[in-house]
Design a protein around this ligand. Structure first.
Ligand code: ACO
Length: 322
């Protein structure tokens, strides 16, 4: 059967690290409050010249090197971001040019905020399996620091910048073989006011800042994520106990703990990077995946569940055998 296989992973993080102590010097907060409520200890913040496209291209180069695939062999780029460098052209086409991919391939952005990588992965998987080329780059890249209201302690402590990428290749494999086994996506536009940016790009003529009712988002996140994880497990005919790893969107350590507990997944099976990266929106899942692949936790043959929930609301999960 034709499946999409994760052949390589990569990351890019801005050089500048901002600690909780630095934030506490600017807004009324403390390292203790941030660590206790979120698990976040630091975040990376993009500097001059670092943009969604440059971070995405850097992560993609690492993923291509890990896969042993040349940029000119890439047929498809799907880039998830809520912070494109421009209203248009898409950041995906900028990455295509930065990497030197062959002209004429397919490249586009998807916008699903923190679940963007799940939306991008599921879209790329479907396109590969229906013949839009055989080799894809799937990227999550964000520069949320430029959307934050740095005077709002309820949001500015939570986010960071970065990019993660995977090389996805369609191959003919045995049913017991590797590849994406199942995935599900959802959206519910009724909850816009709980998490949104109060401005552009687009028709408002303003730039806007991120606004969030954190407690409400938290409540929806745990319920939606548990449901979608169970759906994907049921689609694949598997149980939570069969998973080797869960690679969740890194929003808050307490959301990770609560979701894992609800599903009966041991905490040591959950990949956690929120302490180092904070919430990097669409970049968080591929950044966490890459961290666990590179440090040797995730190995070939492992059953890995990816999941995320974000503004919209949007949410989704995908199950892959590595
Ligand atoms: N430092 C110190 N105090 C703070 C801070 C801060 N950075 N932020 C808020 N507070 C205060 C509030 O003002 C409030 O004070 P009050 O009681 O005097 O009014 C108090 O702390 C409690 O505020 P809550 O918002 O109720 O705190 P809560 O325990 O819910 O934690 C948090 C807030 C961390 C935002 C939590 O609700 C959360 O993580 N929600 C999930 C949101 C999220 O992760 N969104 C990311 C995008 S969506 C996604 O990725 C799933």
């Amino acid at each position: 059967m034709i499946r999409s296989l994760i052949r390589g992973t990569g990351s890019a993080l801005p050089a500048r690290v901002m600690t909780n102590a630095e934030l506490a010097a600017e807004v009324e907060t403390s390292d203790e409050w941030i660590v206790e409520r979120t698990g976040i200890r630091q975040r990376h913040i993009a500097g001059e010249g670092e943009t969604t496209a440059t971070l995405a291209a850097a992560a993609a180069r690492e993923a291509l090197a890990a896969a042993g695939i040349a940029a000119e062999d890439i047929d498809l780029i799907v880039l998830a971001t809520a912070t494109p460098d421009h209203t248009f052209p898409s950041s995906a086409t900028q990455v295509q040019a930065l990497l030197g991919c062959k002209p004429g391939g397919v490249a586009f952005d998807v916008a699903a905020v923190c679940s963007g990588f799940l939306y991008a992965l599921t879209t790329a998987d479907a396109l590969l399996r229906t013949g839009t080329g055989t080799k894809a780059l799937v990227i999550g890249a964000e520069v949320f620091s430029r959307l934050l209201d740095w005077e709002d302690r309820g949001t500015c402590v939570l986010f960071g910048d970065g990019a993660g990428a995977v090389v996805l290749c369609s191959e003919d494999v045995a049913e017991s073989g590797p590849g994406i086994l199942a995935s599900r996506l959802h959206a519910d536009g009724a909850h816009k006011d709980l998490l949104f940016v109060d401005g552009g790009p687009g028709t408002t003529g303003t730039v806007g800042k991120l606004r969030m009712k954190g407690r409400e988002v938290f409540r929806h996140a745990v319920v939606n994520l548990s449901e979608v994880l169970n759906e994907v497990l049921a689609d694949a005919g598997l149980a939570a106990g069969d998973l080797d790893w869960i690679v969740p969107h890194q929003a808050n350590a307490r959301i990770l703990d609560a979701t894992a507990r609800k599903l009966g997944i041991a905490p040591e099976r959950v990949v956690v990077t929120v302490d180092r990266h904070a919430n990097t929106s669409a970049a968080s899942v591929p950044l966490a995946l890459d961290a666990a692949v590179r440090d040797g936790r995730i190995k070939p043959g492992d059953l890995v569940m990816l999941e995320a929930m974000g503004g919209g609301f949007t949410w989704g999960a995908a199950l892959a055998r590595m």
